[in-house]
Design a binder for this molecule. Structure first.
Ligand SMILES: *Cc1c(COP(=O)(O)O)cnc(C)c1O
Length: 376
């Protein structure tokens, strides 16, 4: 059996080596390291894949979020509601822009932002909601868009973990996540579902005017060379990363299928176990692309289980061990522990198992057997 990896980037690279090497060689041969034709090609291909009018490539997923908020013209003191249970990047950029982060609880089944909690947190200062499609599963966009419309709020989708997932509307129609809110951000960090070989990110929107603004902001606020109309940043996807992404984007659906298949095998092994809650998928199978496969462990020692797995050479991780409202940087006297019953519980229950496109049946069996043996 191959050594089990949390994310097997090497195994995946072996499969696409020739094409990736050739694409990178082209960048080297032409030395168009910045804004080469690969970047434009990737932008167009991703717009087509997502069925979105504008993709604005940038340097990473954190920048993408920040630039989206800058493009919307959010001002210091504006309140932005987001999930308490997510990677810190989401709240970090809100704070950096001197907006006021308002963290709210999530739903225990999907780990996604709670619509009821959003409603309770809205004040006259609220300007935006940032749903995160957690672990690869679409947040409840229909309800979130309805709340946003009622209160005239922007919706910024943090789609770093769910690229390629479909959101299924109540009437059965579908859209790719990241194309439903006013604007969305994503990350091409190597371990994400569509990862490059360094840092990368992108912003998506269907709004022409906003797209124009965003293209200037990523490029030092320039719309005409050396004319700086707004304060911008320097945030670019480089040509080598775009070359890697051009090789991987046509395989994204196959990659996500492989993740879903691995998730089904995990689910089957754990079905009905009293101590294990397997991931709950709300829409059809396409609505969860399993960036992570995350279990909740009930009435058992989650940390001892984790050690048991590590002792057997099985990597695993706690995403996330501390709710954001309890982090030093984001603590706020306005928060009340009673408002976060779910995140406070989840941080003690969750465990994420190896999840990638190259998981073999034998590896899955070894992982599930090892967990079942511990929980007996
Ligand atoms: C990875 C991630 C980001 C940040 O992406 P980077 O490319 O690492 O900056 C933001 N939000 C979420 C939810 C993420 O998982």
């Amino acid at each position: 059996m191959r050594k089990i990896q949390m994310v097997d980037l090497k195994g995946q690279y072996e499969q696409i080596k020739e094409q990736v090497n050739q694409s990178i060689q082209e960048v080297l041969d032409t030395t168009t390291f910045i804004n080469g034709p690969q970047v434009h090609q990737f932008q167009k291909a991703l717009e087509e894949y997502l069925d979105v009018k504008h993709v604005i490539p940038c340097a990473n997923g954190t920048d993408a979020l920040q630039i989206a908020m800058m493009g919307l013209g959010l001002q210091p003191g504006d309140e932005v509601i987001t999930a308490d249970f997510t990677f810190a990047a989401t709240v970090e950029v809100i704070a950096l822009l001197q907006l006021t982060p308002v963290l709210v609880d999530v739903d225990p089944d999907t780990f996604n932002i709670s619509v009821d909690a959003i409603k309770k947190a809205i004040t006259p200062k609220t300007k935006a909601i940032v749903p995160v499609h957690m672990f690869g599963q679409a947040a409840n966009m229909e309800a979130i868009m309805a709340v946003a419309k009622e209160h005239n709020l922007f919706v910024i989708e943090d789609n770093a973990q769910a690229i390629g997932a479909d959101y299924e509307y109540a009437d059965g129609s579908k859209k790719k996540v990241g194309t439903i809110g006013h604007v969305a951000s994503t990350s091409f960090f190597p371990s994400k579902n569509l990862g490059c070989y360094g840092d990368g990110g992108a912003i998506f929107t269907n709004d022409d005017e906003l797209a124009y603004k965003l293209r200037g902001i990523v490029n030092h606020g320039m719309y005409v060379r050396y004319h700086h109309d707004v304060v911008g940043v320097n945030s670019r996807l480089d040509s080598m990363q775009a070359a890697v992404l051009n090789a991987k984007l046509p395989r994204l659906d196959t990659y996500n299928d492989a993740r879903q298949l691995a998730a089904q095998k995990y689910d089957a092994a754990f079905a009905g176990h009293a101590n294990i809650v397997t991931p709950v998928v709300k829409g059809d199978t396409g609505s969860h692309v399993f960036h992570q496969y995350t279990l909740r462990i009930l009435n058992a020692d989650r940390n001892a289980l984790m050690q048991h797995l590590i002792d057997k050479g099985i990597p695993c991780a706690i995403y996330y061990p501390i709710p954001l409202h309890s982090q030093k940087a984001y603590a706020d006297s306005r928060y009340n522990e009673a408002d976060f019953p779910v995140t406070n519980q989840l941080v003690n229950e969750v465990i994420s198992l190896p999840m990638h496109t190259e998981l073999e049946d034998e590896q899955i069996k070894f992982i599930t057997d090892s967990i079942l043996e511990f929980l007996k």
